[in-house]
Design a protein around this ligand. Structure first.
Ligand SMILES: NC(=O)c1ccc[n+]([C@@H]2O[C@H](COP(=O)([O-])OP(=O)(O)OC[C@H]3O[C@@H](n4cnc5c(N)ncnc54)[C@H](O)[C@@H]3O)[C@@H](O)[C@H]2O)c1
Length: 409
């Protein structure tokens, strides 16, 4: 059985934490906690029997800086010196290919040096496809998970509405096409399942949705559901189950990593704000319970605060109302580690997308909504945010996929 190679546009804190964790787990030096694909059971059998084993997983990446995975991991400050030393040689071997990058989409990284050049977007796509082919030269199966910086928010335009227009836009260098969309297009054309871990608009456009169906490739997104939103999708269904009212939910975060620096720019924050704000309305359904949730004010803030490093602190102030309208407050202070929460999500997504692709799934995989702040909906189906409903849907699909596929050996 060939190995699975996980390709990440973006060799940053999340992707290097994933890589180091897999390498350390293989050596028995760390536990892959938080990965359902490692710890989950289905009908009494371990889910990982169905999936690419950890010792057959390898990596590849693109980044506009040419630091090795070791240098990035060391600079990101997520992992201890002891953990890094144990896998230093393996991490040093992972060096990113040059990126398709345009600073107009991520202004905070203007001047990044390790960038591809080409005559047109289509030319850049061909270069990404060549990279993908070099990554699977030994017959590996590959999946791609966008772990790059959050791009500035741009509403989709006419060029995103059909594959024909999109391909014309690639040839004509249409400035509305984002770099992440070039990776998404290249992945689908190369038959590589694709997931988007960031909040930018990438494969969630009609052109690439159509293309994924046409090429028989699974796609999923978007924006890893890690800290604050994970808590929201646990707490809000609980409050709603007891029909407690909610008047306000104020969420604020401080973080000091490169992701925080990028999100400090208003255009990039806008992408994040949209995915974070959508969650509560969909969970509480104010249209069905206007007396309990109709007047809810929901605010989200992110502040770049260098001393916090990768250890994001998220505060939530929740104003709730109970019996006879007496007000109460819940305060949540989550001192989390962003990349420690995100790394197992990348591992699960990569393995489950690989399973889905091997079983013949194509197009939007909304059953992977469990992992996302803003699940990519299939047309005509509503978006589910409740973590426990999402878990059930995920398990049902894995069961269905396993029925269609012999176990990976
Ligand atoms: N960690 C979490 O909890 C979490 C949760 C949800 C979403 N995310 C998203 O995941 C992404 C990765 O997070 P991170 O903490 O690793 O960020 P990071 O800043 O450490 O890494 C991102 C990397 O992407 C690179 N990059 C930027 N544009 C690129 C391009 N066009 N092609 C290839 N590489 C490019 C940057 O140089 C950087 O090295 C971010 O978009 C973040 O918003 C993270």
């Amino acid at each position: 059985m060939s190995e699975l190679r996980i390709l990440t546009p973006g060799l940053g804190a999340v992707s290097t934490t994933l890589m180091a964790g897999v390498m350390l787990a293989r050596k028995g030096l760390a536990r892959p906690i938080g990965a359902l694909s490692e710890y989950g059971d289905l009908d009494g059998k371990p889910i990982n029997d169905l999936l690419a084993p950890l010792d057959q997983i390898s990596f590849g990446a693109w980044d506009p800086y040419d630091e090795s995975a070791y240098e990035v991991a060391e600079r990101s400050g997520v992992l201890s010196a002891e953990h890094l030393a144990a896998v230093a040689d393996e991490l040093m071997e992972i060096v990113p290919k040059s990126a398709v990058f345009d600073p107009t989409w991520v202004q905070a990284l203007s001047g990044a040096p390790h960038v591809k050049t080409g005559d047109s977007h289509m030319d850049l796509v061909e270069q990404i496809i060549e990279d993908i082919e070099s990554y699977r030269a030994d017959g590996q199966r590959v999946v791609m998970v966008w772990c790059g910086s959050t791009e500035a928010y741009h509403h989709p335009t006419a060029v995103h509405q059909s594959l024909t227009d999109f391909e014309l836009g690639l040839k004509n260098n249409d400035s509305a096409i984002a770099p992440s969309q070039l990776y998404g297009y290249a992945a689908i054309r190369a038959g590589v399942p694709f997931a988007n871990g960031a909040p930018n608009v990438t494969v969630d456009i009609p052109a690439l949705e159509q293309m994924a169906e046409q090429y028989g490739v699974p796609i999923a997104g978007k924006d890893f559901k890690t800290g604050q939103t994970l808590m929201k999708t646990v707490i809000a269904p609980g409050l709603k189950a007891r029909r407690l009212g909610v008047r306000g939910w104020f969420s604020t975060n401080i973080l000091g990593n490169r992701d925080g620096l990028v999100l400090d720019h208003p255009d990039n924050f806008r992408s994040k704000e949209i995915t974070k704000l959508g969650v509560l309305d969909s969970l509480l359904k104010p249209e069905e319970h206007p007396d309990l949730y109709g007047d809810l004010s929901h605010e989200v803030r992110i502040n770049y605060y260098p001393p916090a490093g990768d250890n994001k602190e998220g505060w939530d102030n929740i104003d709730i109302v109970g019996w006879m309208d007496y007000p109460m407050q819940i305060k949540v202070n989550f001192l989390c580690r962003d990349s420690i929460l995100a790394a197992p999500i990348v591992l699960d997504l990569a393995r489950f997308l690989d399973l889905a692709g091997s079983a013949g799934n194509s197009g939007i995989q909304d059953w992977l909504g469990f992992y996302f702040k803003s699940p990519h909906p299939v047309e005509g189906r509503s978006v589910e945010h409740d973590l426990f409903v999402q878990e059930r849907v995920l398990m049902d699909e894995i069961r269905a996929l396993s029925g269609r596929l012999a176990p990976v050996d």
